[in-house]
Design a protein around this ligand. Structure first.
Ligand SMILES: Nc1nc2c(ncn2[C@@H]2O[C@H](COP(=O)(O)OP(=O)(O)O)[C@@H](O)[C@H]2O)c(=O)[nH]1
Ligand SMILES: [Mg+2]
Length: 309
């Protein structure tokens, strides 16, 4: 809709200019209300009506997006955003890690937003992965608003995965374009530093180049060579995401009665169960939980003592 709006505004300005030329030819000073003017008026009115309709639809979309974001905040799984240049392979990677494009009804966000889906990491931890619009260089200013809107998700993401097409001849220029835009959008420096770089399309490299890539990633833990098309590197990527998200987790020991089904279910849902020992009347858990989730658990189940270790 933003794209159409920009296009219509452009058409509207051209309309005036092209008719001005005719009007000048036709009449001298004081010539008003000729057939040309009527035509401009009617064309302009039609464009204006479409502009009004699109603006109304847009404000509805903005409102809906706001509601979705609020709904998402109530389900506090970490959000991992894919960013990168157009054609880098973001959507291919998204489909691969979320289960090859199947749109199952029980997917958490299937009905909420088609570009966000839940993924279970190797540790059993659940995340929401978000596909975004691709970056292109020298975006027309009239489209920057549209572009920003789709990138709001990125600002709120817990982790950013920068997908790069390393087989592309302009790969380095694309890389700096993307980093510049992220910085302009207000992504903080330390988050840019902590971003994971997905070096996609390694299947298109020669055998020697592939070996060089493997060497790079061994030295740099924030780089993953990958092929979204054949799946190579995808497991390593999910393991890295797991590790990065778990960096701010705390380990908590909790003993509770078997009858505390609700609390047990909550721990399985939100936490990473590291150990469970069933004793006579109590179950003992060692769980990895986010600091926020520890507070949520204590708030929700005040009678159950927790101990951070
Ligand atoms: N050879 C190869 N092609 C890929 C790979 N990943 C994506 N592609 C292709 O690159 C093109 C763009 O992919 P897409 O996922 O739409 O890119 P997006 O614009 O970043 O979402 C498609 O033709 C994909 O099939 C990869 O790992 N290897
Ligand atoms: Mg895409």
């Amino acid at each position: 809709m933003q794209v159409e709006l920009a296009h219509l505004s452009y058409q509207r300005s051209r309309l005036v200019r092209s008719w001005t030329h005719l009007e000048r030819q036709r009449g001298g000073a004081g010539f008003l209300g000729g057939p040309g003017e009527t035509q401009i008026e009617s064309d302009r009115r039609q464009i204006d009506e479409r502009i009004t309709r699109i603006k109304r639809d847009l404000s509805r979309v903005t409102r809906t997006r706001g509601l979705h974001r609020k709904a998402r905040k109530r389900i506090p799984y970490p959000i991992v955003a894919l960013v990168g240049y157009t054609n880098a392979g973001k959507s291919t990677l998204f489909n691969r890690v979320t289960g090859a494009g199947v749109m199952a009804a029980d997917q958490l966000f299937a009905t909420l937003d088609p570009t966000m889906r839940d993924v279970t990491l190797p540790s059993g931890r659940k995340i929401i992965i978000s596909d975004t619009v691709g970056f292109v260089s020298s975006l027309p200013t009239s489209l920057i608003a549209a572009f920003r809107a789709t990138l709001e998700e990125v600002l709120e993401a817990d982790l950013i995965l920068h997908v790069r097409d390393i087989s592309h001849p302009d790969s380095d220029a694309q890389n700096s374009d993307v980093l510049d835009v992220l910085e302009e959008l207000g992504v903080e420096h330390d988050r840019l530093d902590k971003m994971v770089e997905v070096r996609n399309k390694i299947d298109l490299l020669s055998a020697e180049e592939q070996i060089t890539e493997e060497g790079r990633s061994e030295r740099n833990p924030n780089e993953i060579p990958l092929s979204a098309v054949n799946g190579q590197g995808c497991t390593a990527l999910l393991e890295l995401v797991d590790k990065r998200l778990n960096a701010n987790r705390s380990i908590v020991e909790i003993s509770l009665a078997f009858s505390d089904g609700e609390a047990i279910a909550w721990l399985y849902d939100r936490g990473q169960i590291l150990e469970r020992r069933d004793e006579e009347i109590l179950a003992y858990f060692r769980v990895g939980l986010d600091a926020d989730d520890v507070a949520r658990f204590e708030h929700r189940f005040p009678a159950i003592p927790t101990k951070s270790v």
